[in-house]
Design a protein around this ligand. Structure first.
Ligand code: FES
Length: 94
């Protein structure tokens, strides 16, 4: 069964299973900081409030308690996350 990703401010979606969490957030136009996209820099970290993730590769960056690196993990259950600085959506040009 597909897992639901919920962002603190109330936005929820069901990610495509082939995407890591960062790609899944980007597919919904949610702005998340990132640099390396490979678990080295730690800049993409978000707060995990509920649920479990599975890392596809062992992250190198230090991950503080309660945080996750969306660039190298998938949702293993329904998740509730909080994005530092709040949930902002990318603007699309028309
Ligand atoms: S973008 Fe560098 S650790 Fe995720």
């Amino acid at each position: 069964m597909a897992n639901i990703i919920k962002i603190m401010e109330g936005f929820s979606f069901i990610p495509r299973s082939e995407l890591n969490l960062l790609e899944a957030l980007e597919s919904q136009k949610v702005e998340v900081e990132y640099q390396c996209r490979e678990g080295f820099c730690g800049s993409c970290q978000v707060q995990l409030l509920e649920g479990e993730v599975e890392y596809t590769s062992e992250p190198i960056a230090f991950i503080p308690e309660g945080r996750i690196l969306p660039c190298c993990c998938h949702a293993k259950s329904d998740l509730t996350i909080e994005i530092p600085g709040g949930c902002r959506m990318k603007k699309t040009s028309q």
